[in-house]
Write a protein that binds this ligand. Structure first.
Ligand SMILES: NC(=O)C1=CN([C@@H]2O[C@H](COP(=O)(O)OP(=O)(O)OC[C@H]3O[C@@H](n4cnc5c(N)ncnc54)[C@H](O)[C@@H]3O)[C@@H](O)[C@H]2O)C=CC1
Ligand SMILES: O=C(CO)COP(=O)(O)O
Ligand SMILES: [Zn+2]
Length: 345
């Protein structure tokens, strides 16, 4: 079981990246893996802090979480003889830095600029390979440094998406239990309980999650770390990724303009809760209270893609058995699921 050694979350935490790396006894050269937008928001400040602490610093800017981006990051790290990597940005930058550092056998520090996904502290990396999403085992970050000022200033949509990614644990665990019963899959009860509790906390405290509130950011960051830990305990993403994630990954493949990962997972959770015979209205209400999308329209995705994604989602990660089974859903069933749960009109 791999967990981060240190998780630091607070206002202005970015200024202490250099000193924290010193405390972690890291030496030499650091490669910052970041995105175009997030370089200006946080990457440059991380570089300054590292330089003040005596580190040599290099940058690589990446946009997509593809195998190619991971290769690019590895090449940049080798060329500058990096001693450790930092992922500074959204889930994609973090996953690329996480996987590249694992492959190079180097330490990795996670510096999320948004609370939009639960990969901030996990030992998994979600990567696009040959146009499809694959979940890869990777090393958990040595340290997570979350500057709550930066996260609070990020578009609220990102925080709401993070809540969708956490609430999706609810159906992920239902799927995991189903797979344990039908496919004899191993289930870690500790991991499942932690994952369920994390989803429940966000649902119960949905009314406290609002734009511009540091308390909301802290609550969501803690939930994301807790969900990451559930994945580490399991040694897989099963406690945090089931049928609702398959639906989201399929939308990423087929929709002309996909929405945020956590937004799609949230909408997927409404529909998969319905399929499991659960209280889908409660999931929908919680997402609405938070201000996360609950319909195709709010996702900005055409209804036909929602239907197609529902029909074909089972093809994503076929080794992970879920309520979607292992055959395409009939068209009429997919329409019925989406219509009953008010995802489409
Ligand atoms: N490894 C794991 O365990 C997990 C991995 N993931 C993966 O993470 C990705 C989703 O993460 P996201 O963060 O939603 O996607 P992302 O990395 O594409 O970021 C979303 C957008 O937010 C912007 N952004 C980030 N911080 C910002 C800030 N402070 N201000 C303004 N804009 C900012 C980025 O530039 C980007 O345009 C997916 O690839 C998903 O599969 C998701 C959950 C768990
Ligand atoms: O997104 C994740 C958990 O929220 C990671 O799961 P995947 O295995 O679907 O990449
Ligand atoms: Zn996710």
């Amino acid at each position: 079981m791999q967990l981060p050694r240190n998780v630091i979350a607070g206002p202005g935490a970015i200024e202490s990246v250099g000193p924290i790396c010193k405390t972690m006894r890291l030496k030499g050269r650091a490669l910052i893996v970041t995105g175009n937008t997030t370089k200006h928001i946080a990457g440059d400040a991380v570089a300054e802090s590292l330089k003040r602490s005596g580190y040599d610093v290099g940058f690589i800017v990446v946009e997509d979480a593809t195998v190619k981006s991971v290769q690019k990051a590895r090449k940049a790290a080798r060329e500058m003889k990096a001693d450790f990597l930092l992922g500074v940005g959204g889930g994609k930058s973090i996953d690329i830095a996480k996987l590249a550092s694992t492959q190079l056998d180097l330490n990795f520090i996670s510096v999320p600029t948004a609370a939009s996904h639960d990969g901030i502290a996990s030992s998994r990396a979600s990567i696009i390979q040959n146009g499809r999403s694959v979940s890869r085992q990777a090393e958990a970050p040595l340290c997570v440094i979350a500057d709550t000022d930066i996260i609070m200033k990020s578009p609220y949509r990102l925080l709401a998406a993070g809540c969708g990614d956490i609430i999706s644990n609810y159906t992920a665990v239902l799927d995991w239990r189903l797979a344990a019963r039908l496919r004899n899959v191993y289930i870690s009860e500790y991991s499942a309980a932690l994952s369920e509790m994390t989803a429940r906390m966000v649902i119960d405290y949905a009314h406290q999650i609002k734009p511009g509130l540091e308390e909301s950011v802290r609550l969501v960051v803690k939930a994301l770390v807790s969900s990451s830990v559930a994945m580490s305990i399991a040694g897989s993403s099963a406690p945090a990724s089931g049928s609702e994630h398959k639906f989201s990954h399929m939308l990423d493949q087929i929709a002309p303009k996909p929405a945020l990962h956590g937004e799609q997972c949230g909408v997927g959770t409404i529909m998969m809760t319905y399929l499991h015979g659960g209280d889908w209205q409660r999931i929908r209400d919680a997402l609405k209270t938070i201000g996360a999308p609950t319909t195709a329209k709010e996702l900005g995705i055409g209804e036909k893609y929602i239907i197609e994604a529902l029909m074909k989602a089972h093809k994503v990660r076929p080794e992970r058995y879920t309520i979607l089974g292992d055959k395409d859903l009939p068209y009429d069933a997919a329409v019925n699921i989406a219509r009953t749960t008010k995802v489409i009109e």
